[in-house]
Structure formats: C-alpha cells, structure tokens
Design a binder for this molecule. Structure first.
Ligand SMILES: NC(=O)c1ccc[n+]([C@@H]2O[C@H](COP(=O)([O-])OP(=O)(O)OC[C@H]3O[C@@H](n4cnc5c(N)ncnc54)[C@H](O)[C@@H]3O)[C@@H](O)[C@H]2O)c1
Length: 336
C-alpha cells in the first residue's frame, strides 16, 4: 500500500513514520510537510536511507499541489497529521488554524473524492484530539469522554480540529469516502517541538531557565506515549471500520505541576525554577479519555507506563543534544 502521511516532519507524524517505515517494508510512505516552525526535517532525515520512504515538501492548503500529488502517486491510504497545533498560538492567530486544520483537511478530502473516477483511496485517516470534547471539572474524576460525548471545543485550536472532524464525517456520509478518526490525549516522547509542556520543561531545566506554569498548575492532562498513540493509529487504519471514531488515551492523568516536578526530579534540578504565570485564556481544566471502544473492537490499549516513558523521553533529549542545538539556533522561532 502507498501511504500519504501529511505533517510527517512534526512530532507525532515523524514518530509514526519511524515506526511504520521499518515495520512495513512492503508499504511505501510519502511524507508531505510544509515545514512550519514546528516541522523539522531533522526528525525524518534518517528515513531517507530507506527505499520505502520519500519526503515531499508540500502544503495541504494548496489544492492544486495536493491534487497533482494524488494524481502522480495514487495513494491507497492518507493519514492526516498536518496541523497547526499550539493552543496559545491559536489564541493569538486563529486564522492560521482555520486555514490548515479545516481548509487543508477539506483539500485532502476533495483530492480523495476527485480521484474516485481514476482509482479509489482505501482509507482517509484523520488524526484528531481529545480537545474536541472540551474539558471536565477537576472534582468529577468519575467522568470521562467517550466517542458519543458532545463536541464542545474551547480554543480556536480545538474548534478547528472539531470542524475538521465534522467535515471528515460529512464526506464519509455524503460522498462515501472511507474515513476513520482517532481522538487522542496528550502525547509525549522523542522529537517534540519544545513549545509543549514536557520538552519545554526539559529544555529549560537543562539550561537552568525559569519554567512557566499556567495558573496554579492543577490542570489535568491524560498523558500517552507517542508510540502507543501511533500503534493505535496503525491498528485503526488496518482494522478499524469505515466512518468510525476511536478514542485513544493514556490512562495516565496528571496535574501539570506534577509532570514538571517529576522532570525536575529526574534531572536533579531545583523546583525553584518553576514560575507560576497568569493562566491561559479559557484554559481547559481536565481531559480524560474512555478508550473502551478501541480496546474492545481493536484490542488496543496503551502499554507504556508514564514514569518509565518519561525517563526514556528525558534520556532521548539528553542523548540528542545536536537535535536540541539545531533548535536552539532557531530560538526566535521557538519563542518560549
Ligand atoms: N501533540 C499532541 O499531544 C496531540 C494530541 C492529540 C492529537 N494531536 C494531533 O496530532 C497531529 C500532529 O500533532 P503534533 O503534535 O505532531 O504537531 P506538530 O506541530 O509537532 O506537527 C505538525 C506538522 O504539520 C506540519 N504542517 C503544518 N501546517 C501544514 C500545512 N499547511 N501543510 C503541510 N504540513 C503542515 C508542520 O510543519 C509539522 O511538521 C495534529 O493534527 C494534532 O492536532 C496532537
């Protein structure tokens, strides 16, 4: 099968490609990425030595470019990771999120639809997020989101991801495009751009710089190792049912402050580095995923324990100083 993997130079997409390219030598993977500030060719450069991998610089906002690519490559499977992903940036500049996350996704769907007269794409998989459900109260630990929970996004980022999900489902119903959607909780692991909590904390702690924490640090996220997420995406693509949404979660809910303190402890750094800053606008309180459907229907569940995964992740950043240095040289981009 020939895969189009959009956003494959980003954090989760690059981990997906490292997993898939090696696991399925009989399949072929084309990574399309426009290398925004969050995209990083360093994340995938080592895959260039594999015969079943190719990088193409491209932008999902450009319908003509995407159509020609489909015509040329005749993809069997599309996995759409490409997105603007930082909530804070979405608060400052919502339009960029509308353009890539919504219009870009619709462009990809249109290409799949256009190809129907020539050949049929077997699966369009949309990589979505738990944030489409909004948040849960901190004092209701009995509650979690399942696939039928109301869509209730809080930020321009989550609103754009929700809109994209709705377009994907509408194209499935209206045009019979074979789609699946995965909605996953907060990922951590190698190759994550250090604007997000875990790599930001690691980087700042290593440089003995202040680590900003929103509000009182009590907001709760459900952490999943990126490898567990990607195994889930692979299982959904191969065994999931057309038109279905699958939640993926880490079963590992932690307060932000707890995560930061764990990193400081592993790195043997002082908690004095923590700096509480004014809260994010509309900050979601708690996410919690019920992934029983993926467990029952696909036999998927997260395997990597958070403590062990966090240690492994920190070691990855410690052992990949060159990767971090290259990012340091782009510090104006990082803006953290
Ligand atoms: N990070 C998480 O915790 C998390 C959790 C659940 C779901 N997701 C979803 O997973 C996907 C990947 O997230 P991530 O954390 O790897 O993001 P990321 O920001 O690290 O990577 C996004 C990638 O998309 C590329 N991109 C952006 N706009 C593009 C465009 N117009 N055309 C082509 N490429 C473009 C970027 O260059 C980058 O390589 C996103 O759709 C996100 O919503 C992320």
């Amino acid at each position: 099968m020939k895969f189009l993997v959009t956003g494959g130079a980003g954090f989760i997409g690059s981990n997906f490609l490292h997993y898939m390219v090696r696991k399925y030598p009989e399949d072929y993977f084309v990574c399309v990425d426009s290398l925004t500030y969050a995209g990083n060719y360093d994340n995938i450069v080592t895959l260039e030595t594999y015969d079943n991998f190719k990088f193409v610089y491209g932008d999902i906002r450009n319908a003509d470019e995407i159509n020609s690519l489909f015509l040329r490559e005749k993809f069997d499977v599309v996995v759409n990771f490409a997105a603007e992903t930082h909530v804070d940036t979405s608060i400052k500049n919502p339009n960029a999120f509308l353009e890539t996350n919504v219009l870009g996704t619709v462009n990809l769907l249109n290409s799949v639809k256009k190809m129907e007269t020539i050949y049929k794409v077997k699966r369009f998989h949309q990589v979505s997020t738990d944030e489409v459900y909004g948040d849960l109260p901190l004092d209701r630990t009995d509650l979690s989101f399942d696939e039928n929970s109301p869509l209730h996004p809080s930020s321009p980022y989550s609103a754009s991801k929700t809109s994209a999900d709705l377009f994907v489902l509408a194209y499935a119903r209206t045009y019979k495009i074979p789609v699946t959607i995965s909605r996953c909780s907060n990922n951590y692991g190698a190759y994550q751009f250090p604007e997000k909590l875990i790599p930001l904390t690691i980087l700042r702690a290593l440089n003995n710089e202040k680590i900003p924490i929103y509000g009182n640090g009590k907001n709760v996220r459900d952490w999943i190792h990126v490898k567990d997420h990607n195994i889930g995406v692979d299982m959904i693509i191969r065994h999931g049912k057309n038109g279905e949404v699958y939640n993926l979660g880490g079963n590992s809910e932690k307060e932000n402050i707890e995560v930061v303190k764990s990193i400081l402890k592993i790195l043997n750094k002082s908690e004095d580095l923590i700096e509480y800053v004014s809260d994010r606008k509309g900050h979601d309180l708690r996410y919690s995923m019920n992934y029983n459907k993926a467990k029952m229907m696909l036999g998927w569940e997260p395997k990597i324990d958070f403590k062990a995964g966090l240690k492994e992740t920190i070691n990855w950043y410690l052992n990949n100083k060159k990767w971090l240095e290259n990012l340091e040289n782009r510090k104006s981009d990082i803006n953290v």
